[in-house]
Design a protein around this ligand. Structure first.
Ligand code: NAD
Ligand code: ZN
Length: 252
């Protein structure tokens, strides 16, 4: 693995416009379970039952009770790990242009990343389903669920549920970054949720090197990525950021 990290550090050090695409896997070591795989949320609940926009419209109380409330509690306790910090460091070094994240946990910004495209929105904000007014999630009173807006409408997280469209400005910027980068790092994503899953393909077809960081192979591994660094995000991205910094420091 050490050789692969050194290789990725060389690939990154030669570019100024790398882009990272991150998924639920990068936040597992921060205590946030993924949706799929062992320990994943989908083992216990059916996504179409609770994370689909039709379910929210049909029975907001049930979706708040079974999904949103629990997620908010988990997110409130989570803190960024070495992988989030490593990507922020790569941005500071001038190597990484932006992070495109599928996550809704806000941990990249907490770690210091400045240019973050929240492809699936964020749990940090709530939006009224009637008047569209937004408010920070930390101001919510959850004594009664679903919580309501001043107008009486029901509040919902400002994120993208299954069955909803990606905000067009996020989609356009993510596609543009993917088509323009020389290196794409994919970190902790199974690359099965569309349209995010096509971003590495766009990068690859435009000539970028696609470097995958994941303990397991994914559908990207065989077809799209140049190489997989098999390991947990915190260790691999942390070591990678340190290796890039070392390459950039002129010998004394
Ligand atoms: P996913 O749940 O489909 O896949 C998680 C991936 O992480 C897997 O490929 C797994 O092998 C990998 N992984 C496991 N441990 C890891 C580690 N320590 N380091 C790195 N990778 C590790 O995730 P996805 O592809 O992001 O898609 C799921 C969707 O669910 C996303 O759209 C996202 O919005 C949402 N989601 C977000 C959060 C969050 O905000 N933290 C949490 C759960 C789900
Ligand atoms: Zn309202």
């Amino acid at each position: 693995m050490h050789d692969l990290i050194a290789r990725a550090a060389r690939d990154l050090a030669g570019t100024h416009n790398a882009v990272a695409l991150t998924g639920a896997g990068i936040s597992i070591e921060s205590g946030i379970p993924p949706f799929r795989g062992p320990g994943g949320l989908w083992e216990k609940i059916d996504p179409m039952e609770v994370a689909h926009i039709d379910a929210l419209r049909r029975d907001p109380h049930k979706v708040w009770e079974r999904l949103i409330q629990g997620m908010l509690k988990v997110l409130a306790k989570a803190a960024p790990n070495a992988a989030h910090r490593g990507l922020a460091a790569l941005e500071d070094l001038g190597q990484l242009e932006a992070v495109i994240t599928q996550n809704v946990d806000g941990l990249h910004q907490q770690a210091g990343s400045r240019d973050v495209i929240e492809f699936h929105g964020s749990f940090a904000w709530q939006r009224c389903m009637t008047c569209e007014r937004r408010r920070p999630s930390e101001t919510l009173d959850l004594a009664v669920i679903p919580p309501r807006c001043e107008c009486g409408g029901i509040l919902r997280p400002d994120c993208v549920f299954f069955g909803e469209m990606i905000p067009p400005e996020h989609l356009a910027r993510a596609q543009q970054l993917s088509a323009g980068c020389q290196v794409m790092l994919t970190v902790g994503t199974s690359a099965t949720v569309h349209p995010a899953a096509m971003l590495p393909l766009i990068a690859r077809e435009a000539g970028a090197r696609v470097i995958e960081i994941n303990p397991e192979p994914t559908p990207l591994t065989a077809r799209t990525s140049d190489y997989l660094i098999p390991g947990p995000a915190a260790q691999v991205v942390g070591d990678l950021a340190a290796a890039v910094a070392a390459l950039r420091t002129p010998p004394a």
